[in-house]
Design a protein around this ligand. Structure first.
Ligand SMILES: [Mg+2]
Length: 235
């Protein structure tokens, strides 16, 4: 029994900037800020945390908004989703090498539970996945609608995907992501961190985070699968 939780952006797929483009348009619509995403850090962060940053960039006090922060979050997520539908068709994104095959092979392993641990909101995360051809089992797990802190989000994802048994046996939970924040979120729960250098962080930078293993990409499916299955057995 092992649980494998995949990050979305720059781990499974690259949207070619569609997410940032759509978020920028949502910020413009809702707050009137033309370059709302400039200087906002987003790699590995949750959309909930980003939405909070955007308010402070617009010098908006969430307590003065209709419905407070949660009301803003609902409106932001909804307008962002509307723009994302178009943006995904405007940018040149792709599924990253080997990801479809790896997910399919892992999901076929007896006792393996496969799902998502992402900083995306559920709706927009599933839109990105569907656009690049990913379906079940990558349709459930942990999303940013309910969690701002990535460590808590990953723990929630493990319980959704692997059930209570996964949390009772943390060494059997694998978090696969492209940023030091994915690694830290695994570590804080005692989960295993599998880092992949297909995003903003290269092999050396990810190695320095203390990840259990770092891959340049997920293209060599045999090697990645061998490592994951051996580590799962040792857990
Ligand atoms: Mg990522």
């Amino acid at each position: 029994m092992a649980t494998y939780l995949f990050d979305i952006d720059m781990t499974l797929l690259a949207t070619g900037g569609a997410g940032v483009l759509a978020m920028g348009r949502a910020v413009h619509d809702l707050l009137g800020i033309p370059d709302g995403m400039a200087g906002v850090s987003y790699a590995g962060r949750t959309d909930r945390a980003i939405a909070r940053d955007l308010l402070s960039r617009g010098a908006v006090d969430p307590d003065r908004l209709d419905g407070g922060f949660e009301g803003w979050l609902d409106r932001f997520a909804s307008v962002y989703a509307e723009h994302l539908g178009d943006a995904l068709h405007e940018t040149a994104g792709r599924a990253l090498p080997g990801t479809h095959a790896l997910v399919e092979r892992l999901a076929a392993v007896p006792g393996a539970q496969v799902g998502i641990a992402t900083g995306n909101f559920r709706r927009t995360g599933l839109m990105k996945l569907a656009h690049y051809g990913f379906g079940p089992p990558l349709d459930d797990g942990g999303f940013a609608d309910t969690h701002e802190d990535r460590g808590q989000l990953v723990a929630h994802a493990a319980s959704v995907v692997g059930g209570p048994a996964a949390l009772a046996r943390p060494a059997g939970v694998f978090v696969i992501g492209d940023t030091p924040l994915d690694v830290a979120a695994a570590r804080v729960n005692g989960f295993r961190a599998v880092a992949v250098a297909t995003g903003d962080y290269d092999f050396d930078a990810l190695t320095a985070t203390g990840a259990d293993v770092v891959f340049e990409d997920l293209g060599d499916g045999d090697r990645v699968l061998d490592w994951l299955l051996a580590a799962s057995e040792a857990a």
